[in-house]
Design a protein around this ligand. Structure first.
Ligand SMILES: *Cc1c(COP(=O)(O)O)cnc(C)c1O
Length: 379
């Protein structure tokens, strides 16, 4: 198992997580049930959001958020090309049109100063993506949304545990979508959640996550005589399961601790790299806490593929976040996007390499990465 290779990512799963999952299996509740409700309560308490809807992925959370906010055919939704395909696909799935706005070079987050020129009378929502775990310029974005009467759905797949203006991400009047995918800051294997203060949207998302059945229809299993349900909408099958929620419940207890290890390791990287000629370390903007889901390092003039190969030779896995959405064949083919359209996204992508950053790493592992980077750059 331990061949000395440091993988790019690894979940933090200990006996406590395993025991809680086993407890769920022994209880017989293997689909959505009491542990899912407990996880929703835990997330509500942490974020301060009025409602949490747990689902089976952040992709489902984004899709249901758009549906619950009645965004669909003929509508436009603004987001950035510097994200995972899921953000954009969810917009396409409801029949709306994604409209890309370029990112800033400092953070790879949406450039709030460029949003207004992309708004048309069809625009219904903005989906900012908190890239790498650093919150976007939410004050500016919320002001624009208010002026133009737009909804804001935050893609917070990287940002559980991050803070903006002293408040946890999820504590806002926006709809906020989290991911608990295997590599994210906390995991349920696969999973996600919607945070919203809008009771109507939460109710609709709950109906739509389970076939369109009247809210909390799963409760009928707890009551022997309750066989009756009604389908109110044409919904989806997006519910979380209790074994997933069991994992998430223990991860929630560790959330701040795990985040703080990420922040500590990110600082170690930045201290080691900030004086090196050929590198640009992550910029942290004021008034927010970066949750450091990723450590995106920018190479000024070293070939990125060669760098990743050299890291691999030294026993270290790296990755790249993201291949800009507008460069993938599907979007080129269907939306006519092409190279050159979003120059900051492409600038960031051409230089970016994500270093391993997770709490299962030891400080010695961090040091190993630092030494490898230095030796490759000849520093
Ligand atoms: C991981 C990710 C998603 C999708 O999350 P899933 O839980 O895997 O569906 C969405 N947006 C971004 C930015 C992501 O990194």
């Amino acid at each position: 198992m331990n061949d000395g290779f440091l993988p790019f990512a690894k979940p933090f799963i200990e006996d406590e997580e395993i025991n809680e999952v086993v407890d769920s299996l022994r209880s017989g509740w293997v689909t959505m049930g009491p542990k899912t409700v407990k996880l929703e309560e835990s997330l509500a308490q942490y974020t301060g959001a009025k409602n949490i809807v747990a689902v089976n992925s952040c992709t489902a959370a984004l899709h249901l958020s758009l549906l619950a906010l009645k965004i669909g055919k003929g509508d436009e939704v603004i987001t950035t090309p510097y994200t995972f395909a899921a953000t954009v696909n969810s917009i396409i799935h409801v029949g709306a049109k994604p409209v890309f706005v370029d990112v800033e070079r400092e953070t790879a987050n949406i450039d709030a100063g460029k949003i207004e020129e992309a708004i048309t009378e069809r625009t219904k929502a903005i989906i900012p993506v908190h890239y790498a775990g650093q919150p976007c310029d939410m004050k500016e974005i919320n002001d624009i949304a208010k002026r133009s009467n737009l909804k804001v759905i935050e893609d917070a797949a990287h940002a559980i545990g991050a803070e903006y203006g002293g408040k946890p991400i999820g504590h806002s009047d926006n709809t906020v979508c989290f991911s608990f995918y295997a590599t994210k800051n906390i995991t349920t294997g696969e999973g996600g959640a919607i945070a919203t203060n809008d009771d109507g949207a939460a109710k609709m998302a709950k109906i739509m996550r389970l076939h369109g059945m009247s809210a909390d229809a799963w409760k009928r299993y707890t009551n022997k005589n309750s066989w009756y349900y009604e389908i109110e909408e044409c919904g989806w099958k997006y519910n979380m399961t209790d074994p997933q929620a069991a994992l998430g419940l223990v991860q929630m207890k560790r959330l701040n601790e795990l985040r703080d290890i990420r922040i500590k390791y990110a600082k170690m990287y930045t201290n080691a790299f900030k004086e090196l000629e050929g590198l640009i370390t992550p910029v942290e903007k004021p008034d927010r806490l970066h949750a450091f889901h990723l450590y995106p390092l920018l190479l000024k003039n070293y070939d990125r593929s060669e760098f990743i190969q050299e890291m691999s030779k030294r026993g270290i896995g790296c990755s790249v976040h993201f291949i800009p959405v507008h460069l993938h064949p599907y979007y080129r083919r269907t939306m006519g996007t092409k190279e050159g359209l979003f120059q900051n996204a492409e600038w960031f992508y051409n230089r970016e390499v994500s270093l391993p950053l997770y709490p299962k790493m030891s400080e010695a592992d961090v040091q190993k990465v630092v030494e490898a980077v230095k030796s490759i750059l000849g520093a």
